[in-house]
Design a protein around this ligand. Structure first.
Ligand SMILES: C[S@@+](CC[C@H](N)C(=O)[O-])C[C@H]1O[C@@H](n2cnc3c(N)ncnc32)[C@H](O)[C@@H]1O
Ligand code: SF4
Length: 409
């Protein structure tokens, strides 16, 4: 559920729109400081995609290749060439090295790439538990890496097996310890719920173990079955059952409840943070900020213009400065619609008056209907999704976007 961290959204709708459609009890968004607009000013970010992994997970549709150690250095050179050719005019406030598995690659190569953009306020690296080492992270911390996002997925051994993961539950605390030992005080875990064989108790225990590790940030994603994956093929052939939507809704509610009780702020549909530890990089995507994406399949956005790279490794390596596979410019109307869709994902909600101006639509009728349906609440002019509304976020956005435009923006 929710846009996966670090990865620029590919299109107007969030890239990971795996919202279960099942009914769930209505709960209002939490009271507190997030009721005000906190994320008003977009900043600029750099996304660096590292496509190499030691094995291919059966649910993953990211641009990845297995192994290819002999091409890692050439790939780092290609990233640098692409960065130079992009001639991005501003400095970056955030950098996100995502994957693939950045920790599968020699840290000296990543350090070389990081030297090009120079320092940034938040520099995240994605890590897999089995390849998170203190020495490597220390070398990267010297180059400015100050946040680590570990793909834990689950603490239940049978769930890790069902997901085809190569790490064990014991690797997760070891990886968190390695990040701490490297001096990194901002650690996030990714978790996936809804795998086959996962009970609600397994999920509860996973959340409790994640909380007990004292991490600063958690992303909880519903397992999404993607067409071009082994799971996608198995579901299409009828040899695998897709996650049950009621079960996903129940898991989501458990996450909302346990994480709130543990003092995490729920700030985006799929993301929770200790106060002040939200992912500044991912907030760029949700606030329509500008970002440059480097590497295989990476997406970029600048003031309404979007472009994306090829997913073919050899084509990328052959000419990284001309790796663009497509581009589009959003109309002001599309940009306003996307603004609403993305803003709805944030727990701080949407200022209805601002939405009406941007969308050139009166929203009082759909807003009232959403409240009556228990999908949203209205508080001091801000529309917030309820938990049930978050489960049905795409539908809520469609209802608001379906309201008739009053003028052409
Ligand atoms: C593409 S991975 C890259 C990071 C790292 N290689 C890993 O596997 O943890 C980023 C995150 O996306 C999430 N993810 C990837 N595919 C998913 C899917 N089909 N359904 C739900 N979450 C998914 C996982 O939680 C994962 O940690
Ligand atoms: S989920 Fe992570 S480790 Fe698995 S194939 Fe995708 S990027 Fe690689």
């Amino acid at each position: 559920m929710g846009t996966r961290k670090g990865y620029p959204p590919a299109r107007a709708a969030p890239a990971r729109a795996g919202q279960p459609r099942a009914q769930a009890p209505n709960r209002a968004a939490p009271a507190g400081p997030l009721r005000r607009a906190r994320y008003a000013v977009p900043v600029t970010g750099l996304y660096v995609h590292v496509p190499f992994c030691s094995a291919l997970c059966p649910y993953c549709d990211f641009a990845v290749v297995v192994g290819r150690r002999e091409q890692h250095e050439r790939y780092a050179d290609a990233l640098l060439a692409e960065f130079e050719a992009a001639a991005w005019p501003e400095r970056f406030e955030t950098i996100f090295i995502g994957g693939g598995t950045p920790t599968f690659v020699d840290p000296a190569l990543l350090a070389r790439v990081l030297a090009a953009p120079g320092p940034a306020a938040e520099v995240t690296i994605e890590a897999n538990p089995e390849s998170t080492e203190t020495g490597a992270l220390r070398a990267l911390a010297e180059r400015g890496v100050n946040r680590v996002s570990i793909g834990a997925q689950s603490f239940a051994p049978h769930v890790l097996r069902a997901l085809g993961r190569t790490h064990t539950a014991a690797d997760i605390p070891r990886a968190v310890g390695a990040a701490r030992a490297a001096g990194i005080d901002n650690v996030s875990l990714d978790l996936i719920y809804g795998s086959s064989g996962e009970s609600v108790e397994d999920w509860r225990a996973t959340l409790q173990q994640a909380i007990a590790l004292g991490v600063e940030h958690l992303s909880c994603y519903a397992l999404t079955i993607e067409e071009r994956t082994a799971f996608g093929t198995a579901v299409a052939r009828g040899t695998m059952t897709p996650p049950d939507e009621d079960a996903l809704a129940e898991r989501y509610e458990v996450a909302c409840e346990l994480l709130a009780r543990a003092g995490f702020e729920h700030y985006e549909i799929s993301n929770w943070a200790r106060p002040g530890r939200e992912s500044r990089h991912n907030l760029i995507y949700w606030t329509q900020g500008d970002y440059l994406g480097l590497g295989l399949g990476a997406h970029s956005h600048r003031q309404g213009h979007r472009w994306w790279n090829t997913r073919a490794l050899q084509a990328y390596l052959a000419d990284p400065a001309r790796a663009r596979a497509g581009e589009e410019t959003l109309t002001p109307e599309q940009r306003a619609d996307e603004w609403l869709q993305l803003r709805l994902r944030l727990i701080e909600g949407v200022d209805v008056a601002e939405a009406e101006t941007r969308l050139a639509r009166k929203l009082s009728t759909p807003t009232r209907a959403l409240q009556d349906a228990g999908l949203a609440t209205l508080d001091q002019g801000r529309l917030h999704l309820t938990t049930r509304g978050m489960l049905l976020e795409n539908e809520v956005a469609l209802r608001l976007l379906g309201a008739t435009r009053t003028t052409t923006p």
